[in-house]
Design a protein around this ligand. Sequence first.
Ligand code: ADP
Length: 489
Amino acid sequence: MEEMRSGVSRVAFIGSECYPFVKTGGLGDVMYALPRALAREGADIRVLLPLYSVIPQKYKDQMVWKGSFMMDLTQDGRSFFVGIMELTMNGVTYDFIENREFFDWGNPYTGLWEDIPKYCYFSKAALAALNYLEWVPDIVHCHDWQASLVPVYLRTRFALTPVGAARSILTIHNLRFQGICSIDHLKYWSGLQDDLFNYSVFLINGAEANMFKGGLAYADRVTTVSETYAREIQTDAFGEGLNAHLSYHREKLVGIVNGIDVEQWDSRTDALLPAPYGKEDVLARKPENKLALQRRLGLQEDPGRLVLGLISRLTDQKGLDLVNAIFEQMLDERTQVVVLGTGDPRYESAFRYFENAHRGQVCACIMYDESLSHQIYAGADALLVPSLFEPCGLTQLIAMRYGTVPIVRETGGLKDTVAPYQEETGEGNGFTFGDYRADLLLNAVRQARSVFFDHRDRWNGLVLRDMERDVSWNHSAQLYQNLYAELKG
Ligand code: ADP
């Protein structure tokens, strides 16, 4: 860690969401946990975020006004207000970019047509704010397509300004979302010069431009959130149309697996749990948490049942068509299923249907509920994550930390973080399957059921081994730190 103190110390994180202010998925967790892990080791970190109206008032009340200025943005030179509100929490400084026209709509993402202007504005405003604050980072670390214009602005409009001295990293948390729109729309809102609208930077065809593509071309380094996903995205099957572009830039592409914040996710101190527990008493206390969960959700109260949890955005990415295909076969009189998620109405109604058809045995919580998620991680025996693709996946990491055995498909970060259960020796972290097939998911569930009911000693071994696994940021934060140091040169 000496290296960190003497080496690179100033990093600006730029992204569209961050727990506890605003979170819709794993990106929000990483934007919270990684800066904290780096700050703990002595790095000087700022996180730049939009000041959305949905950010809870209690945080807004703690923010301090740092100033404002007008910034030109569009092709026709329209200027927009940029306000900066600041908050420091656990050694990390958060600078929120205020502009009511862009960020007062409620949810962070409101549809691509409005989101493109919003994040053009945000990317440029974030760099302008760093100059305004006279805080010049060594590295700007940008996240997903929403911040992907930052590396482009940095080398063009900001090249001769103080922040232009920084190097840039762009992290791909999910390649499915790329910020694609008509060439004219992006040209207008980014205000970037015409010569960037070629096939090496923004263009993907004669009519459309892709913000992520441009950012990947301009970033000094590109990272993604697991080694397997870094390989997968260079293939047709996972590349979402950018595989050739990513292969071309592979020299600067590296996979670093996510961790979780082990203070935020600590079953020993988790105030949201009815019966907090550690490794030493998990086997005794998990049943208490299970009973409380069953009571809360109106399920038959019996700690002897196998409770399968699913906590997820309800989208195609998450393998929910496989879950639906085998739902009835997954259930038996000893098994219960708890779903927590929102998203595609098709999946929402399918899970509601299963709840109605199997009252007391199935609960479909079609909502986003942080506190219920903690109680499911603690009260369930196993967690289903059969994703079609999964850049890293955090739910399997949280599950392991809470002694809940993951059942996952071997893709992306799921493959890198869950060692398959070995029938002969009982080793491993969870139950896994390879090809994207419902019958293979069913086999994995059946295997889990058989170990849970017929070989409890082995099941308990899995639970304890999972709780002992290091899923913290310690190792990966060091890998990022090495990357920062290498870039700074
Ligand atoms: P993704 O980023 O693709 O949504 P991840 O597994 O990386 O998936 O991260 C999901 C995060 O969001 C986890 O912290 C998970 O607990 C949380 N989460 C997902 N859906 C819900 C929900 N309905 N209620 C509460 N938390 C949720």
